[in-house]
Design a protein around this ligand. Structure first.
Ligand code: NAP
Length: 342
């Protein structure tokens, strides 16, 4: 289903410095299939949804829905990414710290798809922050992925206690971008103050901020800031995985009565409803599954549309409770780990 039929590509390519409209709730963000979505996006946001992709703030296109591989074992990665590519995903999100970049690269190479058809995203871990260290981290990831160029490279976390190191790492990403080694650069888990400090000290506005976002924790203020700056919000744990796979969390988004009721009304599953909720609000999503039927299920979200009331009902499930680590508390002492050379 086309997201923006009749919407000419290029209309929304914005000039530098043109700040997009703030979008902070469902009521102000029209559905992706509607004409009003095209109108609103052409007037405002600089990261926009086209037929089957978002256009990043530097013009690079990223598929609307990606496939995540956090917690996928190195042994399973080749098989599961192969399944995802078979189903139709054309974007894989991995990270140096997931230790499975090699499986991602192998799956892409064995898929028979042209390298240009698959969008490859990975992240530099905090142990490799610093200018030279981060350049070296690129080499390690590119080698494991078996690619010359990475489509999107992120800093995985800010290091608030060592922000100078974070900035040096981002400077290295800027260098890699200028050299054409990466097509776009971005950040992950950057909160409002981290983004503000980063923008003051560096030149390239991140193309993406990958953050925890699901019905129980959607970070509307941060998402609004991303949008205002032309940064695409990428939702991690988009179906709320962190609400049920993490010890100590027992209230699963998958069992939420509001979501299950909406799902039943569309003859869809709760996971599909949550993914649709992200897309209709202009967030890219990267669901993870190692189960073939769920890999396919999570990609089957382009044939229905949530109503404004349904989107608002899901928004209202916000708990304010973060599932992942508090970004302010991430330090190399607590979370550092050596990323192997090979
Ligand atoms: P998620 O995608 O919201 O949920 C994954 C969990 O849900 C897995 O336990 C999976 O189990 C299960 N699942 C998947 N599809 C399902 C379905 N249709 N029905 C029922 N259960 C389903 O959570 P996530 O893995 O935390 O996040 C997705 C991706 O975001 C990651 O893979 C990674 O790429 C990225 N991420 C980034 C960060 C960061 O700090 N930047 C942090 C976390 C995640 P099975 O695999 O057994 O099917």
């Amino acid at each position: 289903m086309p997201f923006c039929s009749g919407w000419e590509k290029g209309v929304i390519a914005r000039e530098q410095g043109d700040i997009g409209r703030v979008v902070d709730n469902a009521a102000t963000w029209p559905s992706i299939g509607s004409d009003s979505a095209c109108d609103a996006m052409s007037k405002g946001a600089r990261c926009c949804v086209t037929d089957n992709s978002f256009r990043l703030n530097n013009g690079v296109e990223i598929p609307t829905l990606g496939y995540g591989v956090f917690q996928t074992t190195p042994e399973d990665t080749l098989k599961t990414v192969a399944t995802a590519l078979d189903v139709g995903y054309r974007h894989v999100d991995t990270a140096a710290s997931y230790l499975n970049e090699r499986g991602v690269g192998d799956a892409i190479r064995l898929s028979g798809l042209d390298r240009s058809e698959v969008f490859v995203e990975t992240k530099v871990w905090i142990s490799d922050y610093g200018y030279d260290e981060t350049l070296h981290a690129f080499d390690k990831s590119a080698r494991k992925l078996g690619v010359d160029q990475i489509d999107l490279l992120l800093l995985h976390q800010p290091l608030p206690a060592e922000f100078d190191l974070t900035i040096s790492a981002y400077r290295a990403l800027e260098n890699l971008l200028a050299a054409g080694r990466v097509r776009a650069i971005g950040v992950s888990n950057f909160m409002v103050d981290h983004l503000t400090t980063l923008l003051e000290a560096t030149d390239v506005v991140p193309a993406v901020n990958q953050i925890e976002a699901h019905p129980y924790f959607r970070q509307p203020d941060l998402t609004a800031m991303n949008t205002e700056l032309g940064i695409l919000t990428q939702a991690w744990s988009p179906i709320g995985g962190i609400t049920f796979y993490r010890e100590g969390y027992d209230k699963s988004t998958l069992d939420d009565p509001t979501i299950t009721e909406i799902a039943a009304s569309h003859d869809k599953t709760p996971a599909q409803v949550m993914l649709r909720w992200h897309l209709q609000q202009g967030r890219q999503a990267i669901p993870k599954s190692t189960t073939p039927s769920r890999i396919a299920e999570n990609f089957d979200v382009f044939d229905f549309e949530l109503t404004t009331d349904q989107i608002a009902a899901i928004d209202s499930l916000e708990t304010g409770e973060r599932g992942g680590p508090e970004p302010a508390q991430v330090t190399r002492e607590a979370f550092g780990r050596v990323i192997p050379e090979d």
